[in-house]
Design a protein around this ligand. Structure first.
Ligand code: TXA
Ligand code: MG
Length: 337
């Protein structure tokens, strides 16, 4: 199959819409990362998404909507917590897990009785929903296990020959995927951290929001998890990534002693070392780190990096989202100095 990349405009959005209506899969930008979209009511379209990504069939997808009325039939209940979160954070990078409605096919939910829904803020994503009338399910548009794509070229790298169309809407604004929060129980639980933080949601809900342990810790193969995605290898470039904790001077001495070939450091903007390095944002600006992390991991692959020593982000606020992605890309390999 030939994979076309078209700059997102009226014509290409029209084309993407008609492909979606025919049960095809197209890649498109959202404000978080690029998504691989297919009709959430069409089981055979959804199967194509799983195939193109090589995604395990037990890992459910997120459904994207552009107006509140589209919740009808998609979810069976919107409780108070869900309503407050939608009113405050939609459109935007927040996915809410709610009880599944009758119009969403089982393949999307991977057999669960719940469904994750989000209303993206990105213009192109919204236009496609509006023009096609299709609520699309979309995982990140990467090959399963690789860093999520934040440009159309990243998507092409993984999806070339597998899908007919990539809409190019430029670089994604946020750079990490949406926060995933479950409101199925009285106490909301964050299943994946993102730009919408625990503190932001607690303020709106007036109660505690829990953070799933699987966000910062490794999940054993046979362990039961609230979100199936948490047990899989994730965000991994070809290079071996190792997080090195400790102050910068210790970090610098440590990495400069490794004279190996194709060894890189992944630093904060204000730092320098004598081995090859890339930086992923200012030390005190987690939004910047979120914006750059995935694109830097992909760049390290293009450079042929074999080993990457990474500076460690914080674990609070937005930085938790960065930590969560980096520690997974490192396969939980951490050196404490
Ligand atoms: O920002 C995003 O959310 C992007 C863009 C394209 O919207 N999408 C995305 O989808 O990141 P994906 O499939 O890569 O990640 C969805 C995560 C997975 O970890 C999955 O296990 C979890 O959400 N998830 C989806 N539905 C769920 C459900 N019903 N219960 C628990 N976890 C769910
Ligand atoms: Mg993903």
């Amino acid at each position: 199959m030939k994979t076309e990349i078209l700059k997102a405009d009226t014509n290409s959005i029209e084309k993407a819409s008609s492909l979606l209506q025919k049960g095809e899969v197209v890649a498109l930008p959202t404000e978080t990362v690029y998504g691989l979209a297919g009709d959430a009511t069409n089981g055979s379209a959804i199967k194509k998404i799983f195939e193109a990504k090589g995604r395990p069939m037990d890992n459910p997808l997120i459904v994207h909507i552009s107006s509140f009325s589209m919740l009808e039939g998609l979810v069976s209940e919107v409780n108070d917590d869900a309503r407050k979160l939608m009113e405050n954070f939609w459109p935007g990078p927040l996915t809410i897990i709610m009880p599944k409605g009758k119009n969403v096919c089982d393949e999307v939910c991977a057999g669960l009785s719940s469904v994750g829904v989000r209303m993206p803020a990105n213009f192109v994503a919204r236009e496609v929903i509006e023009k096609s009338g299709i609520l699309f399910a979309a995982p990140s548009a990467n090959t399963s296990g690789k860093p999520s794509p934040t440009t159309a070229d990243d998507v092409y790298e993984d999806m070339k020959g597998k899908i007919p169309l990539i809409l190019d809407g430029g670089e994604c604004e946020k750079g990490v995927e949406s926060t995933v929060v479950s409101v199925l129980d009285d106490v909301p639980v964050i299943l994946r951290p993102g730009i919408i933080t625990k503190e932001m949601m607690e303020k709106v809900l007036g109660k505690e929001v829990l953070i799933s342990r699987a966000i910062t810790e490794e999940v054993k193969n046979d362990e039961k998890v609230l979100s199936p995605g948490m047990k899989y290898k994730h965000y991994s470039p070809k290079a071996e990534v190792i997080i090195v904790k400790g102050d910068f001077e210790k970090f610098r001495k440590f990495v400069e002693e490794d004279k190996g070939e194709k060894v890189y450091a992944l630093l904060f903007d204000e730092e320098k070392v004598s081995i090859p390095f890339l930086s992923y944002g200012h030390k005190n600006k987690p939004e910047e780190q979120a914006h750059f992390l995935f694109s830097r991991l992909r760049e390290l692959d293009r450079l042929g990096a074999k080993k990457v020593y990474a500076r460690c982000p914080d674990k609070t606020g937005v930085a938790l989202a960065v930590y969560n992605r980096l520690v997974r890309s490192a396969g939980f390999k951490i050196i404490e100095l």
